[in-house]
Ligand binder design. Structure first.
Ligand SMILES: Nc1ncnc2c1ncn2[C@@H]1O[C@H](COP(=O)(O)OP(=O)(O)O)[C@@H](O)[C@H]1O
Ligand SMILES: [Mg+2]
Length: 1108
């Protein structure tokens, strides 16, 4: 739901002071009061937000409010700090402009609260996500930590910031926060040791003592009782509405979120405790014999505990509180401290310790919250610096704080008043200058390099000789006496000589926000900010790592004799940097006003507000705004934005932009005094006019949207219609085509039917005619045929008769001729014909016989028995003769292919066949075995070399035979050699000759008829060889051996033919005895082997298995 409020709706008074009528200081204040009374604490002066401190919580910071102000125009809703924050955030995100938010106002006017509101608004509207939320949370939680250590209750403000803070929040291009950087400015450290009446020390001391657990306090050696600590003023220890104990927990929690380690938190608390202990160290005077006063520590207990906390040797610190060493060049001089000096040293140490701890905290927070990415980012700076302060007793701190506020006022004047007026001049707008107070002169009084108050203070501090606050005041009195804004009783200017409100030890400055009286006491010391080197060295010696880190100058290795820059100098430099930084950014102002001095709600002290409004220059601000123009914009974007409001500029304006804007304004009838044309910009005087233009634009945009909608809808309907129409034509065309096709096909088939009927009828008619014609033709033909037939048959009969007669004539003539020839040739015919026919027949038969024989010739094998059958008996003799001749011829052919060796083999085979064929059963198996002769390869085998050399003849046969033992019939293997002249038996293993028998001594050989290999070699009786008797041997090659022996006998001329005796019983001569060898057929019980047994003296029985 859109919230329908506007700046002008339900307005209490006026929301923007620019609209105030009549404009006077009274009406201005009245407007503020009116609004304040109605809880409207925010009021605009153009884009500046005035914020009144309500001193109570108002329900205007809810999440709903955030949503309400989100992405809305600045002037659209009633004034709110969120509108300013939203404007700044959006122009940062959308226009890529770095922003700064400058919050000014007196102490207690609500600056810190305002800065927190801005940050929380930005956090609420920017991007979301785990990482982004963490960054946001850390940025927001840095506040409670810094407030605990840097804020304190003052008379003006229960939570007054005692340091200046500037925080840069960094965003990425999407507007998501990336991180931040905090700068701190000059902590009011004097508060650590002394607080004005009605004020408190920094919150953290009270928070620690009331919020920490007993255990923690014990560890820190602290006591919960506030009254035990000298540094804590008692009269205002409890503050209304401030729960220190709860805040302590908040701070601990915030420290954890920001990323402090547990031991870091512990170290920080230890330092805080050490400061409290330090305050309790007291000194007493002790007179020395040389007359000087020396200080002594009264009660060393606190010193001891503090040293234990920080890990410092007690004696070192004790000495540092009693002596001061001054180093000059190479000399070191030690002087004793009196009681006052000892107190001074103690307080200086406490202040330094605390302020350094605070700076360390800022650095540590920055480490946690700094942006992680190095990418370019946009920056929103939020400045919450201590406000202008006027106390009863103002010292160096107030001087510095007020100087800073002067500078901020300066920048405000620069940017809003002067810059604005200068722009009018630049743009050539008619302009009557508005007078305003420029505080540059006051800034100069303070910061001028040569005779500014700060420069003189520095000069005084660095000057040799005795320097006191009084000498400093004297110097001021001489140098600044003439300055309009400087007042002093002792100045040459006699004007103040009688002014009793101005004490002698003070000077007064007329600040832009009022006159402030400064007491010079302490200026020199505070500017010097001196900490005795003995103390810083003592701190550096501590074992506590944080405290060591805080006092780096105490490192004896790095003694620096140069003076450190003064506090005033440092502050001036950092304020200068800050101002330069702010000037690069787009400023957004929040001016905070305090309605009363009582921190009370609902009270509006007019004089107080009037004073603030005056020194803040708010009236001038309004006047400049009113005399000037509320709004300005370059011509091009202006024309672009509003061109739809005029027919002539919409949709395009061709001429220069300025003319376009002029036409536009004329057309809209905007009153001429409501705007002015600058050189490059149009200036609109009143926000009203701008709202008017915006409103018209909004309406016009609605109208335009309606128009666009209308045209679009029309176009859509029309194109829909055209499409339908087009489609309808297509459909109709297709349908017509289809209908016509159908109709045509119907007509076509009807025509065909009619046509076929007609054609049929015509055809039948024709057919009838043709048939009739044909029948007529057939009748004619038949008649003609019958007629021709009759004619032909008559002719045929005549021709037949004629032919019969001719044939009869020829036959008769032939018979007659034959008879004549036969009678003539009878005498030649019978004498030769029979013989000739016979010879011819015989010749033919012989020819056929030989040709037939050629084709039925048998094969060329000599053992072929076949011969074709004889065809005629009379060819019997020829046929048998031809068979014989053919057989002889083919045997000759067969023989002629043999070599000599083969012939010899075959001759041997032939001889074997002559000897054994059909006589011995062993023979058939030997036919297929070739006769190898030398089975032992006697001449080649080296084993038989000796044996070979023993026989001088050529070896015809060499084989292993079994020599049958005469005694038992068992066989012994012997080598059997056969030469042409003898046979030799030799030992098989050794090759030793056992017997050598010349062949002539061999008379006969006996073998059996069976398939065994036994043979007996019978020797001639009485010969030398026969002494031992005949040989009975057995061999596988029996047939070959006997054949070879027989052949040698046949060829030898000197011997009778060898007898070969084949029978199954023969006698063998063994020495003197004759033994009968008998062969029987045995059952094959010993397998197929032949067995030989000696039966008795006369009988040797050989059993031969029956051959299968
Ligand atoms: N917008 C506000 N709503 C409610 N209370 C406020 C608001 N602004 C300020 N206050 C009150 O005024 C007190 C002082 O404000 P603070 O911002 O600390 O002042 P400054 O920083 O200007 O010294 C706050 O503690 C708070 O109680
Ligand atoms: Mg503050």
């Amino acid at each position: 739901m859109e919230v329908k409020t506007s700046l002008l709706d339900n307005m209490i008074g006026v929301g923007d002071m620019v609209l105030l009528e009549p404009l006077s200081e009274d009406s201005f204040l009245e407007n503020l009061r009116n609004r304040f009374d109605h809880n409207e604490i925010y009021t605009y002066i153009g884009s500046v937000v005035i914020s009144m401190n309500p001193y109570r919580s108002l329900p205007i910071y809810t999440p709903d409010k955030v949503e309400e102000y989100r992405n809305r125009n600045f002037y659209e809703l009633s004034p709110h700090i969120y509108a300013l924050a939203d404007e700044a955030y959006r122009s940062l995100r959308d226009q890529d402009k770095d922003q700064c938010i400058l919050i000014t106002g007196e102490s207690g006017a609500g600056k810190t609260e305002a800065s927190k509101l801005v940050m929380s608004y930005v956090a609420a509207v920017c991007g979301k996500g785990q990482e982004v939320n963490k960054v946001k949370e850390q940025l927001l939680q840095s506040n409670p930590v810094l407030e605990a250590f840097g804020n304190a209750k003052t008379v003006r403000n229960d939570n007054s910031s005692r340091f200046g803070k500037y925080m840069d929040i960094e965003f990425d291009f999407k507007g998501d926060p990336l991180g931040g950087v905090i700068s701190n400015y000059l902590l009011e450290k004097s508060r650590v040791v002394k607080q004005p009446r009605g004020e408190r020390n920094f919150h953290v001391f009270y928070q620690l003592l009331s919020g920490a657990s007993d255990d923690t306090l014990k560890k820190l050696k602290l006591n919960r009782d506030l009254s035990k600590y000298n540094y804590l003023s008692l009269d205002s220890a409890a503050v209304n509405g401030l729960d220190d104990a709860a805040n302590f927990r908040t701070v601990r929690n915030a420290m954890q979120i920001v990323g402090f380690m547990e031991d870091e938190v512990q170290s920080v608390l230890e330092l805080v405790a050490a400061v409290l202990k330090l305050g309790n160290i007291e000194f007493k005077p002790e007179s020395r014999c040389n007359g000087t006063d020396e200080s002594r520590i009264k009660d060393k207990n606190d010193l001891k505990e503090m040293c234990e906390l920080l890990g410092i040797e007690q004696s070192v610190l004790e000495r540092a509180f009693s002596y001061r060493t001054v180093e000059a060049k190479l000399e070191k001089v030690s002087t004793t401290l009196n009681v006052a000096q000892a107190y001074y040293a103690r307080d200086a140490l406490a202040k330094n310790l605390y302020s350094r701890l605070f700076s360390w905290l800022v650095t540590r927070i920055n480490e946690s919250i700094k942006a992680q990415t190095k990418s370019r980012h946009k920056v929103m700076g939020v400045l919450d610096i201590y406000g202008f302060e006027i106390f009863e007793d103002n010292s160096f701190e107030q001087f510095i704080i007020n100087y800073c506020n002067e500078k901020l006022q300066q920048i405000f004047i620069e940017l809003t008043l002067r810059e604005e007026q200068e722009e009018y001049v630049r743009e050539g707008i008619e302009w009557t200058n508005i007078e305003y107070f420029n505080n540059a002169i006051i800034c100069d009084l303070i910061e001028n390099h040569q005779n500014g108050i700060l420069a003189m203070l520095d000069e005084e501090c660095l000057r040799p000789g005795t320097v006191t606050d009084e000498t400093f005041l004297d110097k001021l009195n001489t140098i600044c006496a003439e300055h309009q804004h400087f007042e002093s009783r002792l100045s040459k200017n006699s004007k103040f000589l009688t002014d009793h409100s101005l004490p002698h030890n003070c000077f007064r400055i007329q600040h832009y926000a009022g006159k402030v009286l400064y007491r010079v006491e302490g200026f020199v010391d505070k500017n010097n900010d001196l900490l005795y080197r003995d103390l810083s060295q003592a701190m550096y010696k501590a074992t506590h790592s944080l405290i060591k880190q805080l006092f780096p100058e105490g490192n004896p290795g790095k003694v620096n004799l140069k003076r450190p820059p003064t506090a005033g100098f440092q502050f001036k430099a950092s304020v200068g940097t800050l101002m330069r930084n702010l000037q690069t950014k787009n400023p957004n102002y929040i001016r905070c006003i305090k309605p009363n001095d009582k921190k009370a709600s609902h009270i509006f002290t007019e004089s107080l507000v009037r004073h603030q409004a005056r020194y803040l220059g708010l009236m001038e601000n309004v006047r400049v705004r009113r005399a000037g123009y509320a709004f300005r914009q370059a011509y091009e974007p202006c024309l672009e934005r509003y061109k739809m409001l005029c027919k002539r500029t919409w949709p395009h304006w061709r001429g220069p932009a300025r003319e376009g804007v002029e036409v536009l304004m004329a057309d809209l009838q905007v009153p001429a005094d409501e705007f002015s044309y600058g050189r490059s910009k149009i200036f609109i005087r009143n926000p009203r006019t701008l709202f008017f233009l915006e409103e018209r634009r909004r309406q016009c945009l609605q109208d335009l949207a309606t128009l666009i909608q209308k045209i679009y809808r029309g176009w859509k309907c029309r194109s829909q219609f055209l499409l339908l129409k087009k489609s309808q034509i297509v459909v109709a065309a297709w349908y017509r085509r289809y209908a016509q096709q159908k109709k045509y096909q119907k007509i076509k088939s009807a025509t065909t039917v009619v046509q076929s009927y007609t054609r049929g009828w015509q055809a039948r008619k024709l057919l009838r005619e043709l048939k009739y014609q044909k029948r007529c033709e057939e009748a004619v033909t038949t008649i003609a045929a019958f007629w021709h037939g009759t004619q032909a048959r008559r002719e045929l009969r005549r021709l037949k008769e004629e032919a019969r007669r001719k044939h009869a004539v020829a036959v008769i003539w032939a018979y007659w001729q034959g008879l004549k020839v036969r009678r003539e040739y009878r005498k030649f015919f019978r004498a030769n014909a029979g013989k000739k026919i016979y010879e011819f027949t015989i010749q033919r038969i012989m020819q056929k016989y030989f040709l037939g024989l050629k084709s039925t010739m048998p094969s060329m094998s000599p053992i072929e028995k076949n011969w074709p059958a004889r065809p005629y008996i009379f060819l019997d003799g020829v046929h048998t003769a031809l068979r014989r001749i053919f057989h002889l011829w083919r045997c000759k052919k067969y023989r002629s292919q043999f070599t000599e060796e083969k012939k010899a083999v075959y001759e041997e085979k032939l001889e074997a066949s002559e000897i054994f064929k059909d006589k011995k059963a062993l023979y058939p198996s030997s036919v297929s075995q070739p006769f190898k002769g030398d089975y032992l390869e006697i001449s080649k085998n080296p084993k038989y070399q000796k044996l070979n050399s023993a026989v001088d003849e050529k070896v015809l046969l060499a084989d292993v035979v079994n020599k049958i033992n005469r005694a038992n019939g068992k066989g012994t293997a012997r080598i059997f050699l056969l030469t042409k002249k003898s046979f030799v038996l030799a030992d098989q293993k050794t090759g030793q000759v056992k017997a050598s028998v010349p062949l002539p001594d061999l008379t006969s050989v006996s073998v059996s008829t069976q398939s065994d290999g036994f043979f007996a070699l019978r020797l001639k009786e009485g010969s030398a060889s026969a002494i031992k008797g005949d040989f009975l041997l057995s061999s596988e090659h029996l047939i070959e051996i006997i054949t070879k022996i027989h052949r040698i006998g046949a060829t030898a001329a000197d011997r009778e033919q060898l007898n070969i005796d084949i029978s199954d019983e023969f006698l063998v001569q063994f020495k003197q005895d004759k033994v009968c060898v008998k062969f029987i057929e045995g059952a094959p019980k010993n397998g197929n082997s032949v067995s030989c047994k000696r039966k008795n003296n006369r009988l040797l029985e050989v059993s031969v298995p029956t051959s299968p």
